[in-house]
Ligand binder design. Structure first.
Ligand code: ATP
Ligand code: MG
Length: 253
C-alpha cells in the first residue's frame, strides 16, 4: 500500500509545490512507483510536471465522483499525476455534506496498491481541500521559510493537524518541518534556525536536518516541465531534495 504524503502549510509561496514536484522526481529515480496528486486549484504542480487539464479528467472530477481516480491518472515527464484545474476552487461551496473531508481518501483507496508513494500538493490555507489531504495522508511535510511569521504559523498548523488526527485520521504523522529557501550564510537565518528548533522541540515535531537552499534550477525545471533529476541532477536543488528523500527514508517515511 502506498505511503501518502501531503505537502501542506497555510502560507502561500513557501515551496509546497516545488517540494511535491522534486520529491516525486527523486523517489521515482530511486525506482519507487510514485503518484503526484494536485489538490491546488492554481494547478502549479500539474503545470510544472507537464500535465494537462483542459478537457481532461482532473482531481475535481474525481472528488465529484464523476470519474474514478485511475482514469484521471496521466503519465507525465516526471511521474504519474492526477492533475487539477481552477474549477476545483468551487468545491468549498459545492460540497456541504457532513463527510466531505473523506472525498480524497475514498477516491485514492482503490489505487493505493498501484503505488509506493503518493505526494499530495495542497493549496495555501486550511480549507476543505487541505483537510481532505490530511484525512487521506499518512504523513505531512511542512515547508516553511525561516522567518518569524512562518514559524508563528506552525503552531496554528500543528493544532489543525492534531484536530484532524483526533477526529478523522488517527494514523496521521508529521514527517517533519522543512526549511525551504534557506540561506545559512546570513546571521539572521542562523538565528531563526535556533527559533525553528525551539518551536519544533516544544511541539515535539521533527525539524528536517536537510535544508533546501535557494536554487533557480528548481523554478527553471518546473517552467520547462522537465524531470528535476534529468534536468539538473547536480544542482543544489536536486542535491538537497535527494538528501531530504534519504533523510525521510532513513526515518521510515
Ligand atoms: N529552493 C528554492 N529556490 C528558489 N526558488 C524556489 C525554491 N523553492 C521554490 N521556489 C520558487 O518560489 C516560488 C514559490 O514556490 P512554490 O510554488 O513551490 O510555493 P507554494 O508554497 O507551492 O506556493 P502556493 O502557496 O502559491 O501554492 C516558485 O516560483 C518556485 O519556483
Ligand atoms: Mg503551490
Amino acid at each position: 500500500m502506498a505511503k501518502i504524503i501531503a505537502v501542506l502549510t497555510q502560507k502561500g509561496g513557501v515551496g509546497k509545490t516545488t517540494t511535491a514536484y522534486a520529491l516525486s522526481s527523486v523517489y521515482h529515480s530511486k525506482g519507487y512507483r510514485v503518484l503526484a496528486v494536485d489538490m491546488d486549484p492554481q494547478h502549479n504542480l500539474s503545470l510544472g510536471m507537464g500535465g494537462e487539464w483542459e478537457e481532461r479528467a482532473t482531481i475535481y472530477h474525481v472528488l465529484k465522483n464523476e470519474v474514478s481516480a485511475r482514469f484521471a491518472v496521466q503519465r507525465t515527464a516526471v511521474t504519474d499525476l492526477i492533475p487539477s484545474t481552477t474549477t476545483l476552487s468551487g468545491i468549498e461551496l459545492e460540497f456541504t455534506g457532513r463527510d466531505r473531508q473523506f472525498l480524497l481518501k475514498r477516491a485514492l483507496e482503490p489505487i493505493e496498491g498501484n503505488y509506493d508513494y503518493m505526494f499530495i500538493d495542497c493549496p495555501p490555507g486550511l480549507g476543505i481541500l487541505s483537510t481532505n489531504a490530511l484525512v487521506a495522508a499518512n504523513y505531512v511535510i511542512i515547508p516553511t521559510l525561516s522567518d518569524l511569521y512562518s514559524l508563528q504559523g506552525l503552531v496554528e498548523l500543528y493544532e489543525t493537524i492534531s484536530f484532524v488526527k483526533g477526529q478523522d485520521n488517527p494514523s496521521l504523522e508529521i514527517a517533519g518541518v522543512l526549511l525551504a529557501r534557506y540561506d545559512g550564510r546570513t546571521k539572521l537565518a542562523r538565528e531563526l534556525l535556533g527559533t525553528a528548533q525551539m518551536v519544533c522541540e516544544n511541539l515535539n515535531i521533527h525539524l528536517f536536518k536537510t535544508k533546501i537552499r535557494s536554487c533557480i534550477t528548481l523554478t527553471e525545471a518546473q517552467n520547462m516541465q522537465c524531470d528535476l533529476l534529468k534536468y539538473a541532477r547536480y544542482s543544489n536543488g536536486a542535491l538537497d531534495y535527494t538528501a531530504l528523500a534519504n533523510e525521510m527514508i532513513s526515518r521510515g517515511v
